[in-house]
Design a protein around this ligand. Structure first.
Ligand code: NAD
Length: 421
């Protein structure tokens, strides 16, 4: 069985544990170690009150989960969403452990969230919610313990509030308690582009691996946000022909290649890529089924499923989004010879530059964008090579290879540290 043979992919936590089991079976992991890694180390659920603008008090529920601390403090984003639940956060925390291990940065996996629709809150209410939530989870976070970062619906401003609240508690400024901060508060150069840039490095490596010339290769990208738009721009700069991009309002296509810089300007002026002059409008389903060399889902989970996978036929599928492919679709991709760059490798550039930000903060240092980008590139190239070598040595697909590498690294660290007391 491969990591992919996990169906159906409805409960993320069940999927994450099943993926782990498959890798653990293949690694013949010691049963005790397996039981340890199969569960999060710590889970904190908090309910906390916030003053609303109308004078009322509302109570919110939030979570912080630390999956494994064997290789270092836990690291992972905080999301604000009305559907956030403990199981989703558990899965995301476990995936962060594997992601950090795949790229060899010294963190364990963590994740957190608040069950809230942030679009219904004023800025002042959001600040109040963030500061009180930070206070509630401050017993488990800290620069040496657990370092949050932005995720869905949280941003550099959210991180600035968390950093300030935590600093007020301890009595001095602690920039390293979160990453993804504004540059003026200890954020890193290159962090905003890091996920897209890291993904493009893995795409270039994959192209070399399967003997595909990037110059002139056709590309489609679903999701023209932070990560997707950066990847589109960098691929176009490398000579690829980005023929289609999309956002939540739809997609655009031009067989001759889109002017990506122009599309960026258009999106910033019109709020969507749709309507870009000289392009043909396409749907968000169609974009996945185009006849292209490189396809990069960079928006949502569960986009490539049993329903459409037979029509998804790029040479390279670069998973910039987290979990864009369902496990049952994965089996078909492998059978159809699609080279998948799995999410825990493809989008790891973001957490890698978060790690650089943390290191700079701890050292009260500030690196140039050039240094950040060259260190990022070196890590992504090395990691791709390690996963590809594992895939060929074990005769497995890239997803299982990345899991074998990651689970083995976390398991070894946990075993070497031994059992306390
Ligand atoms: P973003 O919010 O900047 O962009 C998301 C884009 O997806 C937007 O353009 C939005 O319009 C589009 N979108 C939403 N619904 C869509 C739909 N149904 N069809 C097509 N497009 C749709 O987010 P981002 O930071 O670029 O993240 C994108 C993905 O990458 C997410 O899965 C995220 O988890 C993953 N990721 C991001 C980072 C990071 O550092 N930004 C790191 C790791 C993983």
């Amino acid at each position: 069985m491969t990591v992919s043979e996990v169906a159906p992919a409805l409960d993320s936590w069940a999927v994450a544990q099943r993926q782990f089991d498959i890798a653990a079976d293949r690694l013949d992991l010691d049963p005790g170690l397996r039981a340890v890694l199969r569960q999060p180390r710590r889970e904190l659920t908090v309910t906390f009150p916030v003053h609303m603008d109308d004078g009322s008090v509302r109570v919110f529920e939030g979570y912080r989960v630390q999956h494994n601390l064997g290789r270092g403090p836990s690291k992972g984003g905080l999301r604000y969403h009305q559907d956030v639940g403990l199981n989703e956060i558990r899965a995301l925390a476990m995936w962060m452990s594997w992601k950090c291990a795949v790229v060899g940065i010294p963190y364990g996996g963590g994740k957190g969230g608040v069950r809230v629709n942030p679009k219904q809150l004023s800025l002042r209410e959001l600040e109040g919610l963030t500061r009180r939530f930070t206070t509630e989870i401050s017993i488990v976070i800290g620069p040496e313990k657990d370092i949050p970062a932005p995720d869905m619906n949280t941003n550099a401003q959210t991180m600035a509030w968390i950093m300030d609240t935590y600093s007020m508690h301890v009595g001095y400024t602690v920039p390293a308690v979160v990453t993804g901060k504004p540059i003026s508060l200890g954020g890193s150069e290159g962090r905003v582009e890091a996920t897209g840039r890291g993904a493009v490095v893995t795409i270039a490596e994959a192209a070399r691996h399967i003997d595909l010339d990037i110059i002139g290769a056709t590309v489609a990208i679903q999701g023209f946000g932070n990560a997707g738009a950066t990847a589109a721009l960098l691929l176009a700069e490398m000579g690829a022909s980005v023929v289609a991009v999309s956002d939540s309002q739809g997609g655009i296509y031009n067989a001759e290649g889109l002017d990506i810089k122009g599309v960026r300007v258009w999106k910033s002026e019109h709020g969507t890529v749709v309507g870009f002059p000289g392009s043909e409008r396409i749907g968000n389903d169609t974009i996945l089924e185009l006849d292209v060399d490189i396809l990069a889902p960079a928006a949502l989970e569960n986009q490539i499923t049993a329903d459409n996978v037979e029509r998804v036929r790029p040479r390279i599928l670069a998973e910039i989004a987290n979990g864009p492919t369902t496990p049952d679709a994965d089996i078909v991709l492998a059978r159809n010879g699609v080279f998948v760059i799995p999410d825990i490798l493809c989008n790891a550039g973001g957490v890698t530059v978060s790690y650089f930000e943390w290191v700079q903060d701890l050292n009260r240092d500030h690196w140039s964008e050039e240094i950040v980008n060259s260190k990022l590139t070196a890590i992504m190239v090395r990691s791709f090579g390690e996963v590809a070598r594992m895939a060929s040595r074990e005769d497995v697909d890239m997803r299982l290879a990345s899991y074998l590498l990651a689970v083995d690294r976390v398991a070894s660290a946990t075993a070497l540290r031994g059992l306390y007391p």
